[in-house]
Design a protein around this ligand. Structure first.
Ligand code: FES
Length: 123
């Protein structure tokens, strides 16, 4: 399987459980901005695009967590998303979810399969 690595290059083990980071990946359809979330069983990735209005979630570049550090929080209207699955648990998009991005690994670095197609993300 051909893999496109994330930018900046991100090691599989770089994220502690509950930690978050912004990343970008070049797809066939252009760049896509991602939210990386560390977990005990491996990193997860979501498209950095709120299902409410399609904006980036970051409060500041790369800052995604609420004050308790337990959920991703959208900076626009405060929707809260579960770290484990990206589902919105509070706010204007309850019942919807962040778009999960399947991660692959190459030599310990994270990326996505070349054939992965993703909807546009906010810039
Ligand atoms: S745009 Fe994210 S909660 Fe409204």
């Amino acid at each position: 399987m051909d893999i496109t690595l994330l930018a900046p290059a991100t090691a599989r083990d770089a994220l502690a459980a509950g930690a978050t980071r912004a990343a970008m990946v070049e797809t066939r359809d252009g760049p896509r901005h991602l939210i990386l979330v560390g977990a005990e069983d491996g990193a997860r990735a979501y498209l950095n695009s709120c299902p409410h209005q399609g904006v980036r979630l970051d409060w500041q570049p790369g800052v995604f967590l609420d004050v308790e550090g337990t959920h991703l929080q959208c900076s626009m209207h405060g929707a809260l998303f579960a770290l484990a699955d990206g589902h919105c648990v509070s706010g204007p998009c309850v019942g919807r979810a962040l778009h999960a991005v399947p991660l692959q690994e190459l030599d310990g670095l994270l990326g996505i399969a070349h054939e992965t197609t993703l909807p546009a993300s906010a810039r």
